[in-house]
Design a protein around this ligand. Sequence first.
Ligand code: FES
Ligand code: FES
Length: 199
Amino acid sequence: MDTSITLTVDGRRHDVVVDTRTTLLDALRERLAVTSAKKGCDHGQCGSCTVLLEGRRHLTCLTLAVAHDGDEIVTAAGVSALEGGAGDDAPTSLHPLQEAFLAHDGLQCGYCTPGQVCSAIGMLDEAKQGHPSHVTDDLEESVDPADLDDDEVRERMSGNLCRCGAYGGIVDAIREVAGGAPREGQPDRPAQPEREAAR
Ligand code: FES
Ligand code: FES
């Protein structure tokens, strides 16, 4: 059975008719030609289809498009417009997390990267709201993103797999944007203006 729904994706409103069995991922990719969300496993195992759905990270392969009529979706292609993103005055149109992924070699083939970026933005927001993870020591204390250590970042990002194994760079990128110290043995990265000057 077909039904008509409205989705707002990266700030653009789409009215689309979908079969009620269509996943949100297929609606994005096959009906709206929004290909930033990637299809990896198509059954909730890899995280490559992650987007921000009404501000929370979400796997689009595990949910039906009809369940999200009227919802707002932000993919990795639209994250620079988010609060804390690049903004109009920034020298690039990349979100700071995307910049950090590049600076720390947090990708190789890049297939998992859109999902990693959306998941990391959602994860840092969850941490700001004080959500604990399975490795949080003191569940009574609220969590400051700047205090997320490697174990916390790895656990909180464990739903996003990277077949290229770029995990070290991914953790470095996320910890930098969270405001935390670099991983042990990792040098401080030059500040943004210095990097721009070096280009
Ligand atoms: S494609 Fe959705 S989790 Fe793998
Ligand atoms: S960069 Fe290739 S799968 Fe992650």
